[in-house]
Design a protein around this ligand. Structure first.
Ligand SMILES: [Zn+2]
Ligand SMILES: [Zn+2]
Length: 246
């Protein structure tokens, strides 16, 4: 959506803060002047933890031991993607993502997109990414929920970094069981053949897969594997939030 139009809408439908879910006024008085307010309360912004400092060179998880190259998970399990990036430390934003996912708060994507650009925009633009691909939802499930949160986030990132989104490259052909109760192996089995690339000729050499949360990376691995088979050479992934290694 055009930014100024989006701003005009703010007057009629005030935005909610992605941290506390309270209203963020469209304008605020600062230093005696009327200024455009942000997408989040300033005091709430301080509660969020960004992924900074030493991260795993594979999945992008923050590392406790800053001399290590890989996290414990990536040392044990090979991944099909080349490199992962994340914006927030999961526990500092879990409530926000829950509402984004299950309670219709698609508007949070504006803040998520801006935060992503601020933290990773330069990096992402430098990688030669040709298209952004959100992790698809099973069609029936998406219809029920009304939107795919990964796609909503992907569009917000796309608008910020200027790389187009393609939602038709990958299809989810199996409705998979909820992953929460499954261990890493269970997750992998659960996802076998869940995704297909309907066109046998993918014209892209470098893609960015986007999802909301990175846990074991198994969902992204399945899609990355399909892209690999289809001849894509560089596969990056970006998630809104990621856990910390223990
Ligand atoms: Zn707030
Ligand atoms: Zn890792």
């Amino acid at each position: 959506m055009h930014q100024s139009f989006e701003r005009a809408l703010d007057l009629f439908y005030p935005r909610r803060c992605p941290v506390c879910d309270g209203i963020v006024p469209a304008f605020e008085i600062r230093d005696g002047r009327i200024k455009k307010a942000g997408l989040i309360h300033r005091k709430c912004h301080r509660k969020i933890e960004y992924v900074r400092g030493a991260t795993c060179v594979k999945c992008g998880k923050p590392l406790r031991d800053s001399t290590a190259e890989y996290c414990d998970d990536c040392r044990r399990t090979p991944h099909s993607f080349d490199r992962g990036f994340s914006v927030f430390v999961y526990r500092s934003i879990s409530g926000s993502i829950y509402r984004f996912k299950y309670m219709g708060r698609q508007e949070y994507a504006a803040f998520y997109g801006r935060a992503t650009e601020k933290l990773l925009g330069r990096k992402l633009r430098s990688l030669g990414i040709e298209t952004i691909v959100p992790v698809p939802m099973y069609p029936g499930k998406e219809k029920k929920r009304g939107y795919n949160q990964a796609a909503v986030y992907a569009r917000a990132v796309s608008a910020r970094i200027g790389i187009p989104v393609r939602e038709d490259l990958v299809m989810r052909v199996r409705n998979t069981a909820p992953m929460k109760e499954l261990d890493a192996r269970g997750r992998r089995n659960n996802l076998k053949k869940a995704f297909i690339i309907p066109k046998n000729d993918v014209k892209f050499k470098c893609v960015l897969i986007i999802d909301d949360i990175y846990t074991t990376g198994s969902t992204i691995d399945e899609i990355a594997h399909e892209f690999r088979v289809a001849g894509v050479e560089k596969i990056y992934c970006l998630t809104l939030a990621i856990g910390q290694t223990t």
